[in-house]
Write a protein that binds this ligand. Sequence first.
Ligand code: HEM
Length: 138
Amino acid sequence: MSAAPIKIIKLEELRAHNSKESLYLLIHGKVYDCTKFLDEHPGGDEVMTAESGQDATEAFEDVGHSDEARDLLPGMLIGELEENSVRQQKSKSSPLPPPPQAARVSSVEQGSTLMYWAPLALLAGWFGYRFYTTGTPY
Ligand code: HEM
């Protein structure tokens, strides 16, 4: 007899279970249904709901959970997170090039700065020319 196939869980599915009514946690790439454990968790339910819908591995490890705590995990295991959806999540969080709108705004700003300085430069040029030709700027 072979073991039951591992259920592949999509990122959207993980994110959908983010309340006390139904809570999934992602720890080391595996998805755990922690709904029933919420009330029993010695660290409280708030910390667990706060970690839902994202990778809770760091939070789980930072606490330094005991072996007893780790032994509880297999009982809550429901599947693994789909590889592709993790990659999607990573690309979403990576810095994107600035949107074209920003480029447009800065070129408009440059344009308006030029529009401000051009008449002033012309005026200064005129007074300079007058000063040199007539000895007085007006
Ligand atoms: C299914 C996942 C989890 C299980 C089975 C679990 C289980 C436990 C257990 C058994 C303890 C008692 C101490 C120990 O034996 O280490 C504990 C404590 C604690 N847990 Fe979790 N935990 C889980 C997830 C989390 C997450 C995601 C956080 C987020 C920060 C968290 C935060 C804490 C804290 C802060 C304590 C310390 C409580 C105290 O001693 O005052 N736990 N947990």
